[in-house]
Write a protein that binds this ligand. Structure first.
Ligand SMILES: [Ca+2]
Length: 656
């Protein structure tokens, strides 16, 4: 009883100290004199014996950072003045400066805190803080978090009407992601929460093998990129949404193979049960050659049903961007990545650097257009020719969780990141659009956590509109550009939450002034694409972001905003507002917006359906035919494959 009272008193004193420090922080120079006085008064107390009068409690390198980049988030080590075991409660203070405790080392009397660098002043002002220095050994976040801009939006600061600052963490908490793949290893620490409990909310086998773990090793890696916690790697390889709930639907067997029917069974399960586990995102890092026109392909139709039901479906583009001789080819988007309502993802190569000016599209990432086809009795074969992928994300030599004794790692031990680690913490490299896809799925989970009211089409618009086009690559290679989580979350937070199918075309889409369409990642600023990819063209213009377009509603697809008639495409003004611009040509980007670059192909060429083999696009490469086998051979289930056949990836520096 006595000690509890004592604790309460101490907590109260800590709060007073925190409040004093906060006043100093919030009111700046006016309060600084008062703070100095209180500091003097505190000196001489037992807790403060370690602090000499003249000593700066902030390390010189942190001081330099506070001067040059006061708003930059930094991970710092805070050592406490009191003896280890006493504990340090910084919650109230951190709430006000936009910081959070990331780790506690109780026996060392220290903890790590992530905060804007300028917030360190308030920390150091506390008598119970001994010293504040950068966490030099472990970075703020891993490469994927940094290079996608995810680390910048992790901590969200809100100021209430009463002026109280609160922080929340965007980590996918509460959002369910269904990973339809080769299973997930439940013993891997990537899938535990902070209390050590599993974040796999549900598992089910559709392969008939009677197991839901991951003997092949693909699904575990994929799941960790979307939603892996950083514990096994000290934070270096944290997934994009590390607190999301996982739903593990196993459709690929121990050899990484499945059938259309197992995929349909899993998607059917999601349609029936998505509300139960709040599944807002389905990840499909798998596919098969797109033979059928998307409108006839059963997997595409199942995807459409899910999107119409409010579930975001993210699908891999495929790994067929080059032929067996290494030549670049077009027209190899896989099914169901060829479904217009899916968010289809190609693979970028980050070269392991956070800065994005060296990023490229991988050689193997499948390029559009889609080449599913149907036969017309009069005019012959008709190709759907949709522009895909919709965007790209890091996918080359990406580090993720390694399932215990998995087939991929057994066959390719060179992919092991650290063989000395126990199986439950082992990580490995994989490459492919399979890896890029869950990074976008994780981003979609963050967007939906930030604004749960968004429809799948709004999520897709936001992801594309905020992407960064990479210079030198065409729309067929990168869609709108490379994923930008910072921009996407910033825009998503501003979208009105009261939109419905009754909202009139052209109503305001945002709750305030439009955000500046640019993002700075790793010290480099880049403009957003400010456009979206539609079926056979691209649309640009700020009204896409500022005004409600009917194509954003459930049951529509973005391509519904275009009328295709008489060999030309025009805006459907009953679906989209008049200042939205349809692009005449597909471009090879100059690295700025979606509307700037060198023409590659007249967009209207895509709508006549007869863009056959032999038609060259602007860079002199033929558009290939998606049909890989003779007509009529594929009678039964099509074979599905996990799409990370790219064991080596593009031969560049490893992602560290
Ligand atoms: Ca890079």
């Amino acid at each position: 009883m006595k000690s509890r009272k004592h604790n309460r008193l101490r907590r109260w004193l800590a709060l007073v100290a925190a409040a004093a420090a906060l006043c100093a922080c919030v009111f700046g120079s006016v309060a600084s004199g008062a703070r100095a006085g209180s500091k003097d008064d505190d000196r001489g107390t037992k807790d403060d014996e370690r602090v000499s009068k003249s000593r700066d409690k902030i390390s010189p390198d942190l001081r330099a950072l506070m001067r040059t980049r006061p708003d930059a988030r930094v991970s710092v080590v805070v050592q406490q003045s009191a003896a280890p075991g006493v504990g340090l409660n910084l919650d109230a203070l951190l709430g006000l400066v936009g910081g959070r405790v990331t780790r506690r080392f109780a026996r060392l009397g220290a903890l790590t805190v992530n905060l804007p660098s300028k917030g360190a002043e308030a920390l150091a002002a506390r008598p119970d803080v001994f010293y504040v220095s950068p966490d030099r050994s472990v970075g703020v976040s891993g490469h994927i978090e940094t290079t996608t801009g995810t680390d910048q939006i992790r901590t969200q600061t809100l100021v209430s009407l009463l002026g109280i600052t609160m922080t929340t963490t965007l980590d996918g908490g509460g959002v369910g992601i269904a990973v339809v793949d080769s299973g997930v290893d439940p013993a891997h620490e990537s899938f535990r929460d902070g209390l050590g409990l599993s974040r796999i909310a549900y598992s089910r086998d559709f392969t008939g093998e009677g197991r839901t773990d991951d003997p092949y090793g693909h699904g575990t890696h994929v799941a960790s990129l979307a939603a892996g916690a950083g514990q096994p790697s000290g934070g270096a390889y944290t997934g994009v949404a590390p607190r999301a709930k996982l739903v593990n639907l196993r459709v690929l067997d121990s050899q990484g193979r499945g059938t259309t029917s197992t995929l349909l069974a899993a998607l059917d399960w999601v349609l029936q049960n998505h509300a139960l586990y709040n599944v807002r995102v389905v990840n499909l890092s798998l596919g098969t050659s797109a033979l059928d026109d998307y409108a006839e392909d059963p997997a595409c139709n199942a995807v459409r049903r899910l999107v119409d039901a409010g579930v975001v479906v993210v699908a891999a583009a495929g790994n067929c961007g080059k032929d067996s001789l290494g030549n670049k080819i077009y027209g190899q988007i896989h099914s169901p990545g060829d479904e217009p309502s899916a968010i289809t993802v190609g693979a970028a190569n980050t070269f392991g650097t956070n800065a994005r000016d060296d990023d490229t599209i991988t050689t193997y990432s499948s390029r559009g257009p889609t080449r599913g086809s149907s036969i017309d009795m009069q005019s012959g074969r008709y190709y759907d020719n949709l522009i895909k992928p919709d965007l790209v994300a890091p996918g080359n030599r990406v580090v993720g969780a390694a399932a215990a004794s998995n087939q991929i790692l057994l066959s390719h031990p060179e992919l092991n990141v650290d063989a000395s680690k126990p199986a439950s913490r082992r990580m490995m490299y994989l490459s492919g659009t399979s890896m890029a896809t869950p990074i976008v799925s994780g981003a979609a989970a963050l967007i939906l956590q930030a604004n749960p009211s968004l429809t799948p089409n709004l999520v897709k618009m936001i992801l594309m509109y905020t992407s960064q086009p990479l210079a030198g690559y065409s729309t067929f290679e990168q869609g709108a550009g490379e994923l930008n989580v910072e921009g996407a979350v910033r825009l998503a937070k501003m979208v009105r939450t009261d939109l419905s199918s009754l909202t009139p075309l052209g109503s305001p889409l945002l709750t305030g002034a439009p955000p500046a369409p640019q993002t700075s990642i790793a010290g480099q600023s880049s403009v957003w694409s400010q456009g979206i990819v539609l079926n056979h063209t691209c649309a640009t213009g700020s009204e896409l972001m500022t005004l409600y377009q009917r194509v954003y509603g459930e049951g529509a697809t973005l391509g519904d905003g275009v009328v295709e008639s008489g060999g030309v495409q025009s805006l459907d003004t009953s679906e989209m507002t008049g200042q939205v611009v349809l692009e005449d040509s597909l471009l090879t980007s100059d690295g700025s917006t979606l509307a700037s670059g060198v023409p590659l192909l007249d967009a209207n060429e895509l709508i006549n359906g007869t863009l056959l083999d032999g038609i060259m696009v602007g860079d002199g490469v033929l558009v290939g035919d998606g049909v890989m086998v003779g007509d009529g051979v594929m009678v039964g289930d099509t074979t599905l494959q996990a799409q990370s056949a790219m064991f080596g990836g593009d031969g560049t520096a490893c992602m560290r």
